[in-house]
Design a protein around this ligand. Structure first.
Ligand code: CAA
Ligand code: NAP
Length: 270
């Protein structure tokens, strides 16, 4: 029979093995669409700090690109920038060809590019509808399609799609955004099934309101009313979202796929 002392020794060996394993992080190439935005920047910092080579996507001609790269490199992060409009399939194809040739094949993909064009449905213009669907949902096809075969061929990959609490609960003034973000859930679950046997996981996260430019654009009195509905009584910080993403793309998250993980301060519990 195993004595208490033997059990304790075995457990302690297992913990040491686990800690050693956790330190041996494989350096991979990570691409983050919208990588220079509020949540995107936090994700880039986290993944670079974990030892990955990080490529931040931005719109062609983005005027703060050099400043962003400079700040990140000054902090010792290994980061690159790659320009494409995620609404456009050909623009994404060109960009991934360049990324693959210069940095390497992408093994970690975070779909973070997104926009809002809020307004009540009866006054919503076709342009506000299509822009939001294209940037938040069609982008997921345009970007993911470029990397999926290389991931399955190599037998390892991680994809995280950033949806929203408003996909789960709906939101007044966001028929376009709630529809696009809800579409991501179906995409995630379908693709996860197609690639599960090839070592690739696909997951969605659904953040609540996070303190970035996107939320700062809401009228102050409306934002105040929204924050009052959050049980934690505050907005999320981008790094709180990035921490979850860093876990989902890690080796340790190997058994999570097709999931939607809520991270919303208790705003919507499902
Ligand atoms: N439920 C019910 N009624 C509401 C409501 C709500 N949530 N919000 C507003 N109304 C009512 C108002 O009381 C008002 O009623 P009256 O006409 O009787 O006074 C009417 O609807 C019109 O409201 P507004 O004056 O606000 O209308 P507007 O046209 O000026 O603005 C809006 C519409 C732009 C959608 C504005 O309401 C708004 O900004 N809402 C917040 C939308 C939001 O949450 N966006 C999130 C952006 S960040 C993000 O999306 C990230 C993420 O994933 C979480
Ligand atoms: P953000 O700071 O505005 O970042 C969005 C990024 O997407 C920006 O860098 C933006 O570039 C880029 N982008 C927009 N359109 C693009 C296009 N056509 N092609 C390429 N890049 C494009 O907002 P955020 O809060 O970090 O949002 C990141 C993601 O999280 C979004 O998908 C958002 O919907 C989602 N989300 C946010 C919250 C929140 O509360 N903030 C909550 C839930 C989910 P430019 O700045 O150059 O336009």
């Amino acid at each position: 029979m195993t004595t208490q002392a033997e059990l304790a020794e075995r457990t302690s060996d297992a913990v040491e093995d686990w800690a050693g394993e956790a330190k041996r992080v494989t350096s991979r190439v990570a691409f983050i669409s919208g990588g220079m935005g509020g949540i995107g920047t936090a994700v880039c910092k986290r993944l670079a700090a974990a030892g990955h080579k990080v490529v931040a996507g931005c719109l062609p001609g983005y005027d703060k690109k050099d400043e962003w790269l400079h700040t990140m490199r000054e902090r010792g992060h290994q980061v690159w920038a790659a320009e494409s409009n995620v609404e456009d399939f050909a623009s994404c194809a060109d960009m991934f060809y360049r990324v693959s040739a210069t940095v390497g094949p992408v093994e970690i993909l975070v779909n973070a590019a997104g926009i809002t064009r809020d307004g009540v449905f009866k006054r919503m213009s076709p342009s506000d509808w299509y822009s939001v669907i294209n940037t938040n949902l069609n982008s997921v096809f345009n970007v993911t399609r470029q990397v999926i075969e290389a991931m399955t061929d190599r037998g390892w990959g991680r994809i995280v799609n950033i949806s929203s609490v408003n996909a789960l609960k709906g939101q007044f003034g966001q028929t376009n955004y709630s529809a696009a973000k809800a579409g991501m859930h179906g995409f995630t679950k379908a693709l996860a099934q197609e690639v599960v046997k090839k070592g690739v996981t696909v997951n969605t996260i659904s953040p609540g309101y996070v303190e970035t430019a996107m939320v700062r654009a809401i009228r102050p009195e409306i934002l105040k009313a929204i924050v009052e509905q959050i049980p934690m009584g505050r907005l999320a910080q981008p790094d709180e979202i990035a921490t979850l993403i860093a876990y989902l793309v890690s080796e340790e998250a190997s058994y999570i796929t097709g999931a939607n993980i809520a991270i919303n301060g208790g705003m919507y519990m499902s």
